[in-house]
Ligand binder design. Sequence first.
Ligand SMILES: Nc1ncnc2c1ncn2[C@@H]1O[C@H](COP(=O)(O)OP(=O)(O)OP(=O)(O)O)[C@@H](O)[C@H]1O
Length: 479
Amino acid sequence: MQTPRPRTGRPRTAENRSALSGNAGRQSEIDLLRLIIDNIYHGIMVTDSEGFVTHFNKPYGQFLGVEPADQLGKHCTAVVENSRMHLVAQSGRPEINYPHRIKGHDMVVQRIPIKRDGKVIAVFGQVMFKDVREVSKLAKKLTMLESKVELYEHELMVLRSARYTMDSIIGMSDPMRELKREALKAAATHLPVLITGESGTGKELFAQAIHHASARRLHPFVRINCAAIPRDLMESELFGYEQGAFTGALSKGKPGKFELAHHGTVFLDEIGDLPLDMQPKLLRVLEEKEFERVGGNSVIPVDFRLIAATNQNLEQMVDDRRFRRDLFYRLNVIPLRVPALRERREDIILLARHVLDQILGDAPGLYIKIDARSETMLQNHDWPGNVRELSNVLERIVSSLDGDTIEPRHLPFRLSNFPKVTSASKDLNLREALLRAEEDILRSALTLAKNNKARAARLLGIHRTQLYKKMKKHHLPQE
Ligand SMILES: Nc1ncnc2c1ncn2[C@@H]1O[C@H](COP(=O)(O)OP(=O)(O)OP(=O)(O)O)[C@@H](O)[C@H]1O
């Protein structure tokens, strides 16, 4: 096709046309559009339906080394080598991401016909990449990023599962095997799970293992300790708040735990401590899977699986009207009870070995033995603080162990039913025995109370100040 000659005497700029109309508002709008076109990063050229240039921006001028204003009115083929703008005007078909060779560079361009009433009135051309190698670089970068994401997802899964699978829950006793089987079945559903059991039995461990065995494993596991959140902050912690919802609120607002757990699992620990006035709000989000932020008026949908745990007797609490019956039924869809350590004594030594291995870590050549009498003492103890108490006892022993074997003399006083005064117990005098017993009981109470001093003092039946005094006497950490 023959290239039409440039028409120099007939400027076709939008500016000129609107200057003729004499409309000031229209003029300023056109100025703005021209400014926008000139500030776009990519080179841009617009032609009319015959291929004559009506717009040509500065970046394109800089790229080609020409003055933009001088190109207006010329035919596109006289301005840009290999131009196809006039052909697109004729065919009316857009050319998206086409290769285009200019000045020895392979570029990537778009040519889009602009139509009015079905007729092409202009063609918009844009240089997408000044060098086609940019595209392949970008594509490579994208592939690289995609594989990195894949790698991280995999690592995340390995990391999480390495810590929290059912296999990492130690226990070969019948009740534990059965419990793991039930927990795996629960993981395959999206139903709420209620885990009960004494303090320190491993309820949280089960909650995490269920999450990581479920289809939600790549999404967040959000733990909320109902006993630890101050009452007046509970609602905003759970549901978040909007800007200016209350004094001290962050100016941007803040998402709550449920929002953060989208597609994942919410673990409500110590659910028995959820204040009564919060219970209907929890029930609503469980039933409707949507909530409103504090101070907000839009409803936010959320998808999560709920796992709740408690060491309290929720049924009794329902009877005492301290826990809502409707909420209890909603939570108790799949009940799992983690047995106390004394109900699975065959797991005690297994757990002790596991804890010792964890304490010693990767230290090469280090191995701590437990002699037969100590094993019997560990197995015979009732462990009111369960696995947590066992861990604490072993940690303390290891920190002051003088050899590589745990012997009865290393074990806390409470593990022996009563001190046997034998000829071997040369150093045992009453004062020392009482001191050891006192320290031991203090430690147990603190373990049971999860280091909450007021609770520990209540357990011991003494005043808190007295507890602090005794802790000081035995050099127990006060924080
Ligand atoms: N079967 C187990 N195998 C390995 N570690 C365990 C096991 N059970 C408990 N533990 C460990 O004991 C400690 C207490 O466990 P966890 O916090 O899960 O108990 P819990 O029942 O949720 O306690 P609480 O009711 O006091 O919150 C944790 O350090 C946990 O890793």
